[in-house]
Design a binder for this molecule. Structure first.
Ligand code: UD1
Length: 421
């Protein structure tokens, strides 16, 4: 079995380029299905999740190839309306292909993605929005059978600002008839990035970044060239790692305005943070103070994906830090593993209270989800002695060769197959 071997106690020094955003790249790859022609998606991160998206694109008939940091997607040929369940299962966010395939083909057949590690993750809001646009959707035995001759514009009021449902609606409405207005839309930077791609492809979308998005339907979209925005959660992860392990780290190719609440909490914890154009510098002694309560919220609130990394940084902070998770129902699966390393955490429902301990100790731990896995790596970097972290398939969904970046900064970290010694 593969694991990361980490010997903690080494501060992180140096500079790191932040990868392109996974959560932008995935909907934009799905949008390439709509854009008849060749799209060039630059700064596309190399992750198992983007590889899964590429397999779906190929399955539905697109040609995809790579050149440097760019992915080329040619969707000029006919698009097949079906995604087999084995591909749907590889990645929960594959449901983002539903809107584009339906809009492009007039039909879509795929299996419902089901739950995942961090919660049930229903898709009722996606389906409700597509039905409002005129799609007929049959749900049978976990399969979705969708039809719509041409989607009709309408007004869609999302009762919760779901990121995926907002994106799926924007994507489908791009080829609809008339102007669709989405109210209660999610406001995440990744939604603005999707809007930028769609407009570059000849679409007419306005309002992303606010809670009202307007999409003027077009007969067709064409291929576009686009550079994916930097990953704000990867940036938050590196900063939390430096906060916990100590050191002096410069991140470049990063947009700090996308993660202000994370910077705010790290400052409260006693880190020295400086921001510049596409740049953040953090200096930390590794001796931290507890932050005021961290409550996850839709953007522009504190991001749920940064909750586990920040919790890892809070483990040795002086005082008590409260975490409240309001977005996903089971997003504390890193807690029992962190306890194995000596953390003092009490959970009740969606709240976790972290009592800072003097020291963490290396242990054998297993990642149960992507960001929880990142929390284990951060705790291991700050711990005394050696840790082994299993469950790397989760980490590889969202971080490009995480151990290589950390090793460059001075961490003692290696990926090994059991039996490698
Ligand atoms: C996206 C991100 C994920 C991030 C999350 C919240 C991608 C690929 N993933 O996920 O990293 O953690 O936003 O910022 O961009 N919900 C429903 N019904 C629906 C849809 C969602 O009840 O139809 C619920 C979910 O179960 C969850 C909450 O709404 O509790 C937020 O989900 P959503 O914003 O849709 O997250 P994702 O788009 O799945």
């Amino acid at each position: 079995m593969r694991s990361l071997h980490v010997t903690g106690g080494k501060p992180l020094f140096g500079a790191l380029r932040v990868q392109g955003a996974k959560n932008s790249a995935l909907p934009i790859l799905a949008a390439a299905v709509l854009a008849e022609g060749v799209s060039v998606i630059r700064n596309c991160p190399r992750l198992t999740d983007t590889e899964a998206a590429v397999r779906i694109l190929r399955e539905v008939g697109c040609r995809v190839w790579e050149d440097g940091d760019a992915l080329y997607v040619d969707s000029s040929g006919p698009v097949r309306p079906e995604i087999p369940s084995r591909l749907m299962r590889e990645m929960r966010s594959s449901v983002i292909f539903l809107g584009p395939i339906l809009a492009r083909c007039g039909e879509a057949r795929l299996s419902a993605p089901g739950g995942c590690e961090i919660g049930a993750r229903p898709i009722d809001l996606h389906l409700r929005a597509l039905r409002s646009l005129g799609a007929e959707i049959e749900e049978r035995g976990g399969n979705l059978n969708c039809r719509a001759k041409r989607l009709r514009a309408c007004r869609i009021d999302l009762p919760f600002p779901s990121v995926g449902a907002t994106e799926n609606t924007m994507l489908a409405a791009c080829l609809g008839e008339g102007e669709t207005v989405i109210t209660g839309a999610a406001r995440e930077p990744e939604i603005q990035d999707l809007q930028a791609f769609l407009n570059a492809a000849g679409g007419s979308v306005t309002g992303a970044g606010s809670s009202v998005i307007r999409v003027q339907g077009r007969e067709r979209l064409h291929g576009a060239v686009h550079r994916v925005i930097p990953d704000r959660i990867a940036a938050a992860t590196w900063l939390a790692a430096c906060a916990a392990a100590g050191g002096d780290l410069r991140l470049y190719d990063t947009e700090w305005r996308h993660y202000r609440p994370v910077l705010h909490k790290l400052r409260e914890m006693g880190c020295d943070l400086q921001t510049g154009e596409n740049l953040v510098r953090i200096r930390s002694t590794g001796k931290l103070k507890a932050a005021s309560p961290i409550v996850t919220r839709p953007y522009p609130g504190f991001p749920t994906d940064a909750q586990p990394p920040l919790m890892a940084a809070a483990l040795t902070a002086e005082g008590t830090t409260a975490f409240q998770e309001t977005i996903f129902e089971s997003r504390f699966r890193h807690v029992p593993e962190l306890r194995r390393m000596g953390a003092d955490i009490r959970t009740e429902g969606r709240t976790a209270l972290v009592w800072g301990v003097e020291k963490l100790y290396g242990a054998e731990v297993t990642a149960a989800d992507l960001r929880g896995g990142a929390a284990l790596v951060i705790a291991a970097l700050a711990a005394e002695g050696e840790s082994r972290i299993y469950g790397l398939q989760h980490l590889d969904r969202g971080y490009t060769a995480m151990e290589e970046s950390l090793a460059e900064l001075g961490a003692e970290i290696e990926r090994k197959e059991d039996g490698d010694g």
